[in-house]
Design a binder for this molecule. Structure first.
Ligand code: NDP
Length: 240
């Protein structure tokens, strides 16, 4: 069914794979991005999916953009909160700005977009929300107090909002990816990456499509008995 889907950070990396997979599943997809115009234009040209620029940290910009989509296409029925950044540093080196940026982008954006879309889903008595967390929000990670706190917050946010949505056929779930081969992970020094891969039972980094498959599964019309869950997609790394 051609439901309206918004994927934040949907033009690159994991988000791009999610946008493409949702389109293949018959959804009408809008992929948002922050500022990488070249990547967004390439993405639209290759995949024929509309890209929309707005800052997911900006509460008013989220409200305005959701209103624009709603007036053009109808209420957003599938929301994938995928936009995320890292700004790593040990506690000694981490600044307040690094903390704020990571909390605002990874966690604040979930609030902004759920706030802008949730009443529309309630009115429609249909909604599918998937929040992209991280294995590092479950287990913590050296040098990532900001990122681990934001992603851990996503897992709590998901369970709380799932309870509000349950009576309205709105499911709210999280996916906790392990290490996936995107620009974010390519920024990790090669020697550190080798050590990370050594700890992944299946012996490889994830592909963005591995995560996208999970999103398609959780956003299916008949996935209405799965809510408040976190799906670990990490090659088995969560067991260690
Ligand atoms: P990328 O860095 O490859 O892509 C990030 C995307 O988010 C880009 O499209 C970017 O837009 C967008 N974005 C960043 N900030 C904002 C903002 N303020 N407003 C709107 N969009 C924004 O990241 P990944 O694909 O690797 O990660 C996607 C998600 O998965 C993130 O939440 C990340 O934390 C999570 N994750 C990733 C893992 C990995 O191994 N890669 C592991 C676990 C979780 P633009 O293109 O304009 O810059």
């Amino acid at each position: 069914m051609s439901r309206i889907a918004l994927v934040t950070g949907g033009t690159r990396g994991i988000g791009a794979a999610i946008s493409v997979a949702l389109k293949a599943a018959g959804r009408t997809v809008i992929a948002s991005y922050a500022g990488n115009q070249t990547a967004a234009e390439n993405f639209t040209e290759v995949h024929g999916i509309e890209a929309m620029k707005f800052d997911a940290c900006d509460f008013d910009a989220c409200a305005t953009s959701v209103a624009t989509i709603t007036s053009r296409l109808g209420p957003i029925e599938i929301l994938v909160n995928n936009a995320g950044i890292t700004k790593d540093g040990t506690m000694s080196r981490m600044t307040r700005d690094m903390w704020d940026a990571v909390i605002d982008t990874n966690l604040g954006s979930c609030f902004n977009l759920c706030k802008a879309t949730f009443d529309g889903m309630k009115a429609k008595k249909f909604g599918r929300v998937v929040n992209i967390g991280s294995i590092n929000g479950q287990a913590g990670q050296y040098g990532q107090v900001n990122y681990a706190a934001a992603k851990s917050g996503i897992h709590g946010f998901t369970k709380a909002l799932a309870q509000e949505g349950a009576r309205f056929n709105i499911t709210v779930n999280a996916i906790a990816p392990g290490y996936v081969d995107t620009d974010m992970v390519r920024a990790v020094p090669p020697d550190v990456l080798d050590k990370i891969i050594a700890k992944i039972p299946v012996g490889r980094l994830g592909h963005a499509e591995d995560i996208a498959r999970g999103v398609v599964f959780l956003t299916a019309d008949d996935a209405d008995f799965i809510t408040g869950s976190t799906l670990s997609i990490n090659g088995g790394q969560h067991m260690y």
